[in-house]
Design a binder for this molecule. Structure first.
Ligand code: MN
Length: 251
C-alpha cells in the first residue's frame, strides 16, 4: 500500500502539532516527491480529511444560485454517501485515514474503482463546499487575479473559457481551474468524480476551483439548463478560498 509517501508529511505534521518543529525549517515540508503518482508536490495547506467537514453556511444561504433543497440533498445524501463509501474502501484496502486523502488520490491507480469513485467524490465535494459563499467578492483578488488576467487575457475571457469547459463536459463530471506541474493556471474538466490530483487523470495538477456539473448539483432548480447554473455559480464562488488554494499550490 502506498503509505510511504505520506509518512514524512504526517510525521512533520504530528511533530509540528507537538510543538517540536523548531529547527526543522518550514522549507522541508513541500519537498514531497512521488515516483509513480501525480508528482505535483503538496504541502500542509492541502490536507483533506476522510470525514465530511460541517457546511460553513446554511443550506438556504446560496439561494441566489443554488436552492436549499439541492444543497441539503447534495451535502447530506450524495456527498455523505461518498464519504461513507470511501471509509469502507479505505478499511478494506488498508489505507490509514489519519493521512491526507490527497496521498491516495495521487496514487489512485493502485486502488479499487470504489476508492477512485468515492475518494474523488469526497475530495471534490469537500473542495466544492469550501469554494462557495453567500458573500462572494464577484471577482478574484491579489495574486490569483493577476495570474488569471495573465493566463487568460482577462477575467471575462477566463469566465467564458471556464464556462465552456463546464458546459461541454458530456454527462457527469467537473470543470476545474488548476495549477499544472509548471505552476501555470489551466482550465479543464474530468469525467465522473475524477480530479486533477489523480495520476489517472488526463489533466494533472492542483485544483484551485471546481464546479460540479453532475445533474444532482442543479437539476431541481435548473433542469436541463446547465449553462444557467454555471452562470449563477459565479455569484457564490468564494474567491478568497480559491486565492488561498492558488497561493498554496505555488509553494
Ligand atoms: Mn455532487
Amino acid at each position: 500500500m502506498p503509505q510511504q509517501k505520506s509518512s514524512r508529511r504526517t510525521f512533520l505534521q504530528n511533530t509540528a502539532k507537538a510543538g517540536l518543529a523548531t529547527g526543522l525549517g518550514i522549507s522541508v515540508i513541500p519537498a514531497l516527491a512521488s515516483v509513480s503518482g501525480n508528482s505535483m508536490s503538496l504541502n500542509n495547506d492541502h490536507f483533506t480529511s476522510f470525514d465530511q467537514a460541517p457546511l460553513p453556511y446554511a443550506y438556504n444561504a446560496l439561494e441566489v444560485a443554488i436552492d436549499a433543497m439541492t444543497m441539503e440533498i447534495h451535502y447530506s445524501k450524495h456527498a455523505a454517501t461518498y464519504a461513507k463509501n470511501l471509509k469502507e474502501a479505505a478499511q478494506a484496502e488498508g489505507v490509514n485515514t489519519a493521512n491526507p486523502l490527497e496521498d491516495v488520490l495521487q496514487n489512485i491507480s493502485k486502488y479499487s474503482p470504489k476508492m477512485r469513485n468515492n475518494g474523488g467524490g469526497h475530495y471534490n465535494h469537500e473542495l466544492f463546499w469550501k469554494l462557495l459563499t453567500p458573500n462572494s467578492s464577484g471577482q478574484p483578488n491579489g495574486k490569483l487575479k493577476t495570474a488569471i488576467e495573465k493566463s487568460f487575457n482577462s477575467f471575462d475571457a477566463f469566465k467564458t473559457q471556464f464556462a465552456e469547459a463546464a458546459k461541454t463536459r458530456f454527462g457527469s463530471g467537473w470543470a476545474w481551474l488548476y495549477v499544472d506541474g509548471s505552476k501555470q493556471l489551466k482550465i479543464g474538466s474530468t469525467p465522473n468524480q475524477d480530479n486533477p490530483l489523480m495520476n489517472v487523470s488526463d489533466i494533472k495538477g492542483i485544483p484551485v476551483a471546481g464546479l460540479d456539473v453532475w445533474e444532482h448539483a442543479y437539476y431541481l432548480k435548473y433542469q436541463n439548463k446547465r449553462p444557467d447554473y454555471i452562470e449563477n455559480w459565479w455569484k457564490v464562488l468564494n474567491w478568497e478560498a480559491a486565492g488561498k488554494l492558488y497561493e498554496a499550490a505555488l509553494k
